[in-house]
Design a protein around this ligand. Structure first.
Ligand SMILES: *Cc1c(COP(=O)(O)O)cnc(C)c1O
Length: 358
């Protein structure tokens, strides 16, 4: 049971309305947060919903030195009937524990993870932005809070969930992305932490993302660390290729790619629609050749934050190219509509992915 200690002075309704009118991404936070503690020998304890507030941490907290930290990214959707829903929260809970295992952190019971997220959404439901597609972006995370500088897995952790009111992740209009291929920095190597959703992967990717922005692009795409040849994924999104023969391809998981829940859902939807779906390596050279020959007709990136976003242009030191018409393609649009329809409770949901918050 999560104990509830409601905010003594919640944001007044008029101030909240101003904040959520045009929230952007990741800057407008709700009134509450979930805070749960773990102590070795005792397990998870002191499960609470409390007023959102800065943390007090010992400067020796292990997370600040050895980066034992993992997170999840989820959205709560406003449903057509006025209720609220989550998309496959059980999959986020399971992935959270896979990340925890890789980072030598304790597992969190999956039902406690889902209860925590639901409790926060119920407490802060007034923070849903009013515009179409406005959602609460949920950020469950866990970090090592033990004050200890020795190098070993910590013995104390905190699990928290915060929520942010968000409009659209990418610039309005949903225009196609321009990608920069990083032929210098890599994101993950076999045996490393590429499949874990940990802050350290992001820290290592920021310089490449900054390089992409500096060169006038939106996002970076990483190549494999061994041959510097095979497409892996973006800094925080998976990637798909659509061919003229109607087939769909995405790089295979294998420890270096984050197993996206959006990626999995889109493969399932495409398969349901009778498409051929391949999880197979795809080389940068082949990508460029197929874009030039017309064999490749669409490309898109996907993830919880960006949903499904078309990729129009690719730039690399070894040469730039355009994909299809450089804009949103037919299949990309169809998959996006179907996914968003399920998430908002307006499209058939044959796999029971929508989880209603009661
Ligand atoms: C979270 C994440 C994704 C997308 O995962 P979803 O479950 O679809 O949101 C893809 N790549 C990386 C590196 C990520 O951290």
């Amino acid at each position: 049971m999560i104990a509830s200690v409601p905010h003594p002075h919640p944001t007044p309704a008029d101030a909240r309305a101003r904040l959520i009118a045009n929230p952007g991404f990741g800057t407008v936070f709700t009134d509450h947060m979930i805070d749960i503690r773990y102590t070795e020998g005792k397990g998870w304890h002191d499960e609470r919903l409390v007023a959102r507030a800065p943390l007090t941490l010992d400067p020796a907290a292990a997370v600040l030195h050895y980066a034992q930290e993992i997170f999840e990214g989820m959205k709560a959707y406003r449903l057509a009937d006025g209720g609220f829903g989550l998309f496959r929260p059980d999959a986020n809970a399971a992935r959270f524990n896979q990340s925890a295992q890789r980072m030598a952190m304790p597992a969190l019971p999956e039902d406690l993870f889902v209860e925590a997220v639901e409790t926060l959404v119920r407490a802060d439901a007034a923070w849903f932005p009013p515009m179409d597609g406005g959602v609460l972006y949920l950020r469950p995370f866990m970090f090592a809070s033990e004050a200890f500088l020795g190098v070993r897995p910590a013995r104390e952790y905190r699990f928290m969930v915060i929520a942010s009111a968000v409009g659209a992740y990418f610039k309005a209009g949903g225009g196609a992305l321009s990608l920069w291929v990083s032929e210098h920095y890599t994101r993950a190597a076999r045996g490393g932490t590429g499949a874990a959703k940990c802050g350290g992967n992001y820290a290592g990717s920021l310089i490449a993302q900054a390089e992409a922005i500096e060169k006038g692009h939106d996002q970076v795409v990483f190549l494999d660390a061994v041959e510097n040849r095979w497409i892996e994924e973006l800094g925080g999104m998976n990637i798909f290729f659509v061919f003229a023969d109607g087939s769909l391809q995405t790089p295979p998981l294998g420890g270096t790619i984050l197993p996206g829940i959006t990626r999995d859902a889109l493969m399932t939807l495409a398969h349901d629609a009778g498409m051929t779906v391949r999880e197979a390596p795809y080389a940068l050279d082949q990508w460029r050749a197929d874009a030039h020959s017309g064999k490749l007709v669409e490309c898109f990136a996907c993830g919880t934050a960006a949903v499904v976003t078309p990729i129009g242009k690719v730039a690399a030191e070894s040469g730039d190219f355009t994909i299809g018409a450089g804009a949103l393609g037919q299949l990309t649009q169809k998959l996006r509509q179907q996914l968003v329809g399920i998430q908002h409770g307006v499209a058939p949901d044959p796999h029971n992915w929508l989880h209603r918050i009661r």
